[in-house]
Write a protein that binds this ligand. Structure first.
Ligand code: AP5
Length: 214
């Protein structure tokens, strides 16, 4: 099963992608997590990416494609994958379609987690993330068992740099300008499915399971 998660920053793509990956035994591939790991390790790619990420801008397509395109050829992708945060521009989506086509493959679903901007701004203020394993929590809606500590790896939870309110607004503007057009792109391919992302985490996952198990 090859799935792309769509939705605004903070819509819950990462939360749902991790649940899908666990349920279907496929890898969760998040470009945001890969960039953050590179920033943490101080790689050249990380240094370049952080210049854009901290301002709420997209990392240029060229850098992103360089990073991601051979990831799909790894052994763990043999039964598919769930992509979170990629593609994010029409150019990235076209590169993905082309590369899959060359391998005689295609995506199965593009799932849009639909949440209005007003709800996103409220959510982002409460997000806490584990920089060690990528675990994501919310102080109210999805709290860790022990405050400030990741349930999955015991790492320390922190506030992401790009979750400051002004950066969140910038990310939403960038989403509407550059990523939202992917909804039409995948709708035209007949693989778009939309779920109401304002429901609680379990209900959103149930809606997604109904789509994937149909
Ligand atoms: P990335 O890490 O992909 O961030 P994003 O798309 O902005 O998405 P988020 O991770 O912020 O949110 P999410 O939708 O995954 O929500 P989450 O599940 O965490 O990208 C970061 C940056 O990297 C980009 O800005 C860009 O610079 C760069 N980048 C990455 N990919 C790129 C690409 N392909 N091209 C170019 N640049 C790229 O949930 C959010 C919060 O809400 C959490 O606290 C969660 O617990 C809570 N929550 C989740 N679901 C619910 C619910 N149903 N109800 C209540 N709370 C909920």
């Amino acid at each position: 099963m090859k799935i792309v998660m769509l939705g605004a920053p903070g819509a819950g793509k990462g939360t749902q992608a991790k649940m899908i990956a666990a349920e279907f035994g496929i890898p969760h591939i998040s470009t945001g997590d890969i960039f953050r790991a590179n920033i943490k390790e101080g790689t050249e790619l990380g240094k370049k990416a952080s210049e854009y990420m901290e301002r709420g801008l997209l990392v240029p397509d060229e850098l992103t494609l360089q990073l991601i395109m051979d990831r799909f050829t790894k052994d763990d992708c043999a039964n598919g994958y769930v992509l979170d945060g990629f593609p994010r521009t029409i150019a990235q989506a076209e590169a993905l379609t082309e590369s899959l086509k060359k391998a005689g493959e295609a995506l199965d679903y593009a799932i849009d987690v639909d949440v209005p901007d007003s709800a996103i701004v409220k959510r982002m203020g409460g997000r806490r993330a584990c920089l060690s394993c990528g675990g994501t929590y919310h102080v109210t809606f999805n709290p860790p068992k022990k405050e400030g500590i990741c349930d999955l790896c015991g790492g320390k939870l922190s506030i992401r740099k790009d979750d400051e309110p002004e950066t969140v607004q910038k990310r939403l503007d960038v989403y509407h300008a550059q990523t939202q057009p992917l909804i039409d792109y995948y709708s035209e391919q007949g693989i778009l499915r939309t779920v109401d992302g304002t429901q609680d985490v379990g209900e959103v996952f149930q809606s997604i399971q109904e789509i994937l198990n149909a």
